[in-house]
Every structure is written in C-alpha cells, then in structure tokens.
Design a protein around this ligand. Structure first.
Ligand SMILES: [Zn+2]
Length: 297
C-alpha cells in the first residue's frame, strides 16, 4: 500500500469537485495540439558496418519495439495488444531466455525527484513506465513532456490518487480527465492504468476495466513509500525480481530521495544478472508474440 498523505483531499472536496466537473472537463478538453516528435528510425547502413555485439542486438531489439510503440501512439492506436485490453497484469510469463524487467514509477511528476530519476534512466539508456497523477501533471506539464520526449511511457494513475470509494461518475472523472490531460500535454493516448494503492474495489479499477484499459499491477514491490533505507529498498526489489517482472517504485508522492539513491544500484544489479530493461507496452508486446507463437504450435 502506498502512503497517500500527499493526496489527502477530503470527501467534501470530491463532492464540490463533482459539481465543478462540467467546467473542469470543458477546461481540460481545449484542443491543445502538442509538438510531436517524429518516430525513431533505425539506420540500416550504420548497423551493417558495426559488429553486432549482443549489447547492440539488444539495443536494436529495443529500438524496434520503441519505434513500434511510438508509431502506434502517434497514430492514436493503443499501445496495448488487443488480448490485454480490459485485462489485469502483474507480470509477463516469457521464455526463460527473455531476461527482461520493467521498471515503473508512480505518483509523479514530482519536482524533487522526477528529474533525478529521468537523469539516471537517460545515463543508463533505459526506458521506463511512469504512472502519473493527473493533478501533478497539470502542475508540472514540462516534466510530463520530458518523460515522453525521452522515450518513456506515460500512463494513468488517476487524477487525485484517492483511496476512498468513488461512485461511477467520480471514477470516470479520475480516469478520463487524467488520460485527456496526458493527451493534451504529450500527444499520447494511454490505455494503461494502475489503481492507486493497487486498490481494485473503490471504483476506478472497475471503470478502467470497463473502458478496456490494461490494468498494470506489479510483481516486485520496492516498498519505497515506507521509506526504507537504500539497502533494504534494493533487497525488497531483488527478492521478488524475476524475468518478465514489473518493479514498483515511486518518483512522487513524498520524499523519494532513497529511491533516487537506490536506482543506479538497482540498475547495476539487474544488468550484472543479465537483465535488460523494457517498458510495460514492450513487455505486453513480448507476451503477446509469445502467446501467438504458442497458439500456432
Ligand atoms: Zn500511487
């Protein structure tokens, strides 16, 4: 469970907000077209001249999947294969040779930690998945733009990060306004959702499922929201890590200095164990391909 102190809006505020819903929705759906980056291209000539080390092959594989993902989102297509729409996933079951792991960061954008996380990911040439909180993205749209411009995946973690029960109208507000703002700010139409606290019984999860979002849980919890020391935070992740897994960390929601401090070591340990890093859509794509192959056998 996550600490939601930072998102402590009262129930009264919710009711007031619902009254304002119409105005807010209108305000949020103003057509602001973002500057879209052109899709990544792979230079075939350059590839043929350089020796294909395993690292380069991994790089090529991941750039192909990233290009596919970027192209799909630019065309307004879902980044989620059809079989996973409306489905809940905590990990992929891949062939043992596919030693991949997906790092995910929740509750941002957060000025004190999101830029630091992005710097570490850039330095290590890793793409991750960010489940953002709508009201935080509204405050820090530049960070949302940066997440996408640097090749990461941006996804829906509700508007307020509430844990209490929400009726269908409130749940729709939480999810629709967040996805609309993600689109206005970044040009990405997300169909990935993660419920705050992993809670499936308070409204947003049911709404997201109904709207055919893929709900993305996790298989390795850093428990960083409890602010363990760096060694403990790392061992929390490594204890539960396995190929095809999804790691839960937080770049927002409170003081995440320990997460930022642990991240380079987490990356090093995974690399030494032979893992490569994928985004959640890449993980789903790999799972989809494997299931396609299995069904043909
Ligand atoms: Zn959260």
């Amino acid at each position: 469970m996550e600490n939601n102190k930072s998102f402590g809006w009262s129930q009264g505020a919710l009711i007031a907000l619902l009254g304002l819903g119409g105005c807010l929705t209108l305000g949020l759906t103003l057509p602001v077209m973002p500057n879209l980056k052109s899709t990544q291209t792979i230079n075939i000539k350059e590839l043929s001249l350089k020796p294909m080390t395993s690292e380069r092959i991994e790089g090529l594989k991941s750039s192909i999947v990233t290009s596919w993902h970027k192209e799909a989102t630019l065309k307004g297509l879902s980044e989620v294969p059809e079989r996973f729409r409306g489905v809940t996933i905590a990990e992929a079951n891949l062939a043992p040779s596919e030693k991949v792991i997906a790092l995910t960061f929740d509750d941002g954008p957060w000025p004190q930690s999101t830029p630091a996380v992005l710097e570490i990911l850039k330095k290590n040439n890793i793409k991750a998945t960010f489940f953002i909180v709508g009201q935080m993205l509204k405050e820090h749209p530049d960070m949302g733009k940066r997440i996408v411009a640097e090749g990461h995946v941006i996804a829906n973690h509700t508007w307020h990060h509430w844990y209490h029960y929400m009726n269908p109208q409130a749940a729709a507000f939480e999810i629709d306004n967040t996805s609309n703002l993600i689109y206005q700010v970044t040009g990405v139409r997300t169909s990935l959702f993660r419920p705050p606290g992993g809670i499936k019984t308070n409204g947003p999860y049911a709404y997201a499922k109904n709207q055919k979002y893929a709900t993305i849980m996790w298989s390795a919890d850093s428990v960083d929201y409890s602010r363990p020391g760096v060694p403990r935070l790392i061992s929390n992740i490594m204890r539960e890590a396995k190929p095809g897994g999804i790691v839960l960390m937080h770049d927002g929601g409170g003081n995440r200095s320990n997460t930022v401090a642990a991240l380079p070591q987490v990356i090093d340990i995974f690399r030494k164990k032979g893992y490569r890093f994928v985004t959640v859509p890449e993980l789903l794509e790999m799972q989809d391909k494997q299931l396609q192959v299995a069904s043909k056998k």
